[in-house]
Design a protein around this ligand. Sequence first.
Ligand code: OOG
Ligand code: MG
Length: 259
Amino acid sequence: MAMDLQEIARHIDEHQQQGREMDKVTLSYPSLKVEDAYKIQRICMEEAASRGDSLIGWKMGLTSAAKQKMVGVEEPIYGRLTSSMEMNSSVLSMEGLIHPKVEPELAFILKKDLKGENIRPRDVWMATDCVLPAIEVIDSRYRNFSFTLEDVVADNASSTKFLLGDQAFSPYEKAWDKMGVSILKNGEVQHEGVGSDVLGHPVRSVAELVNMLHKEDLGLKAGMVVLTGGFTEAVNVEEGDEILVDYEGLGTLSMSLSK
Ligand code: OOG
Ligand code: MG
């Protein structure tokens, strides 16, 4: 089949908007390259912008071994975060979701633009205003949450919603790689992780994102949010579930699943 990236993007965008399952795009387009998948992401973002949505940040995904093993894709990917994905309360409605999962993350909020090809952790610290506890909700549009690298990139790295904690912390608050995190569902611990599970240190995830974006001549802007990737495996959720993430020494962040 001739490959029309606009057409594929429209197909994916529709399924994202309607919260409908679909087949892997690589089934119809086996020659789809990861570069094409990132172009599809960019086109979907343009579609979203035409609906009044805006780009407010980026997420890294598959930055921990736990996450890579879970989905069978062994390299980090990025996705686009839009204003409509940010939750303004801790209640998540199941409406319009397919088979959501939640994961414990950290968010870096930038105070300066950051763009370049050899970005190191210290460049990231100099551009970071604060760090916030975060919970990401991912909901792959692919049947059975099953995909290849190219599929998941084309589906905006499964991005769906995200919740940021109210309390911001200084980047110098603690050694983020030493911080333990545990995620509980209905009072029971599901998974535990530590900051170093995310590429050795969550700050490295931001540096890697900037280096990856540079290949598309893109960069981060002051004020943007960056999710650094799940510390642990993601947890399936359904209506009625209560999620609590405990960030060692910083408190907790919770989310309730409603109808
Ligand atoms: C891909 C998105 C991965 C993370 O934090 O690793 C991700 C997926 O697992 O569906 O958001
Ligand atoms: Mg994530």
